[in-house]
Write a protein that binds this ligand. Structure first.
Ligand code: IMP
Length: 193
């Protein structure tokens, strides 16, 4: 069975991705499996650049084909930010609830509800050679914080054509529609061919 390293320390992402990979004949390794504790600086300006920085780092350190994702939320009422700064934006508040309340206030003030999540996955197989797969999910910001599943901004994001937030969907339901599963499925199709 072929090995593939997933460069991430985010437990929730690892769980989501492991579930998607279960159907395929590939051994998915985590950073723990290869004892890799260092991380590169994510100083790219786009999701694609940051994903590449991480997958190149993982491949160069281990020699194992490596993929990494970089993702975030883009909110119309915030001029389509925080984008690549999603993690830093959330961590800049006292807690997630305060951040969500601040976002909900902005969408109400501007009457702009649209938002999307984007994931870019970079796969590094050879030195200086990487391939990028993107996934996006459109939706709106909920006017209430709802749900206990998932992570990050899930409790305030309602996918298009849904009534519940991502945090009210099970991992299986989220995986059927999420930005990350769209990008991962493209990666898996590429690897299977
Ligand atoms: P990164 O790809 O780990 O840098 O993710 C950046 C941040 O975007 C995360 O810390 C989350 O706050 C947010 N994010 C990324 N993907 C998701 C998701 O599927 N649901 C909710 N928040 C997400």
């Amino acid at each position: 069975m072929k090995q593939l390293l997933f460069f991430s320390n985010n437990k929730n992402k690892i769980i989501e991705i492991e579930k998607i990979f279960r159907k395929f004949d590939l051994k998915l390794l985590s950073l723990n499996d290869v004892n890799l504790r260092e991380e590169p600086k994510e100083n790219g300006q786009t999701f694609e650049e940051n994903a590449k920085i991480k997958s190149d780092f993982g491949f160069n350190k281990t020699g194992i084909p490596c993929f990494a994702d970089d993702s975030g939320i883009c909110i119309e009422a915030l001029n389509w930010k925080p984008g690549v700064r999603s993690k830093r934006f959330l961590n800049g508040f006292k807690n997630n609830k305060t951040c969500f309340k601040n976002i909900i206030k902005s969408i109400k003030k501007k009457s702009k509800l649209n938002a999307y999540f984007k994931t870019s996955i970079s796969l590094s197989i050879h030195n200086d050679q990487n391939i990028v797969f993107n996934g996006k999910i459109d939706g709106i910001i909920s006017n209430e914080i709802k749900g206990g599943f998932g992570f990050g901004y899930d409790p305030i994001f309602i996918p298009k054509n849904y009534k519940r937030t991502l945090a009210e969907l099970s991992t299986r339901e989220k995986n059927e529609i999420s930005h990350r599963s769209i990008a991962v499925t493209k990666l898996i199709n590429f690897l299977s061919n």
